[in-house]
Design a protein around this ligand. Structure first.
Ligand code: FES
Ligand SMILES: [Fe+2]
Length: 350
């Protein structure tokens, strides 16, 4: 079992999270049963109300605090498994079995959290204050000619480490050797780093097709790639051929705790005609392999961080995104940047 790498609650560690929506689950996973989820150390029960809308309550019955997520749904209300109290989507108690008086009372109220369902995901605002922003919109989802697939995983890792891992090209020769890139086949590449208050973008010029299997299958014509960190927890890779997006990989990392993440993957691709039938299974297989490799190395890293009592990192010019991610996540207020910061160029062998 991994000891806390980083002590304290995840919201205290990364105050920027308090300004953002997070993904709680995929829409397709929210059907006829209550679903228990932890987001930013808050234990929630998600379910569909009578109108079919996704709703989220604190996963603690107001009576004797049994977990509502272990109950069931009746008429769009969640039923507590202990004495059968029923709560609607707003958290109001609507039934107390055996009670002759009215079930509603303010002391029986369970806290409800704002929820938005869009793009196949259920987004939650797991904070005490009212929403001050809107959930992120994934690009290209309904664009003609594109196919999408979603997956969900769990990682034992701290949020900035997982975000950096996905956006870091320099581990791919080792952790994903042969699948993404291969050592011994490096190309000179220029990375251009752009940063504003809500994102960091790295444009990789001149690499062209990468040396691994994924590029051999899906990467025809790709001439530029982008890696982006978008607040608060999205790592996005885009591969373009000219002005056209060929492949867009989104990984949204919802922190359950400081060291445990739920990872929502959305891959959107312009698939060559010949591959359309096999693309979902082949893409899913390659994605599964890559994620397994990342999960293993992140777990090793987290275990070693725990052994040594926390991070003591050093970086080179190749570590283009990690330090920015940490700075943005740790800023309680959005950094005051009137104009985009000047671009930075780094030459590297990728
Ligand atoms: S604990 Fe939930 S009804 Fe009693
Ligand atoms: Fe990786």
């Amino acid at each position: 079992m991994i000891e806390a790498q980083t002590k304290g609650s995840v919201s205290q560690l990364y105050p920027a999270l308090a300004r953002h929506w997070l993904i709680a689950c995929r829409s397709s996973d929210l059907r006829h049963k209550p679903l228990g989820r932890t987001v930013l150390d808050t234990h929630l029960v998600l379910f569909r109300s009578a109108s079919g809308h996704a709703t989220a309550l604190l996963d603690r019955c107001s009576h004797r605090n049994a977990p509502l997520s272990r109950g069931w749904i009746a008429d769009g209300r969640v039923v507590c498994p202990y004495h059968g109290w029923q709560f609607d989507g707003a958290g109001t108690c609507q039934a107390v079995p055996g009670l002759c008086g009215a079930p509603q009372h303010h002391t029986r109220q369970v806290a409800a959290f704002p929820v938005v369902e869009r793009d196949g995901f259920v987004w939650i605002w797991p904070h005490n204050a009212s929403p001050t922003s809107a959930p992120y919109r994934f690009p290209l989802l309904d664009a003609p000619g594109y196919q999408s697939l979603t997956r969900e995983y769990r990682f034992d890792a701290a949020l900035p480490d997982a975000l950096e891992n996905f956006l870091d090209g320099t581990h791919t020769h080792y952790v994903h050797s042969g699948i993404i890139r291969t050592e011994g086949e490096r190309k000179r590449t220029v990375a251009i780093i752009r940063r504003d208050a809500e994102r960091v973008e790295v444009e990789y010029q001149d690499e062209g097709q990468q040396s691994g299997l994924i590029s051999q299958i899906f990467g025809a014509g790709v001439d530029v790639a982008f890696g982006r960190f978008i607040m608060p927890a999205l790592a996005q890779l885009e591969y373009r051929a000219g002005a056209q997006t060929r492949l867009l990989v989104n990984l949204f990392f919802t922190p359950e705790t400081a060291n445990r993440l739920r990872v929502f993957v959305l891959v959107t691709a312009q698939v060559p005609r010949l591959l359309r039938l096999v693309a979902p299974s082949l893409g899913g297989l390659l994605l599964g392999t890559v994620v397994k490799q990342d999960r293993a190395i992140l777990k090793l890293q987290a275990e070693n961080l725990a052994r040594f009592g926390g991070p003591r990192y050093t970086s080179t010019e190749l570590d283009v995104v990690g330090p920015h991610i940490l700075r943005l996540l740790k800023s309680a207020q959005p950094p005051a940047i009137d104009q985009p910061l000047p671009e930075r160029r780094v030459e590297m062998l990728m």
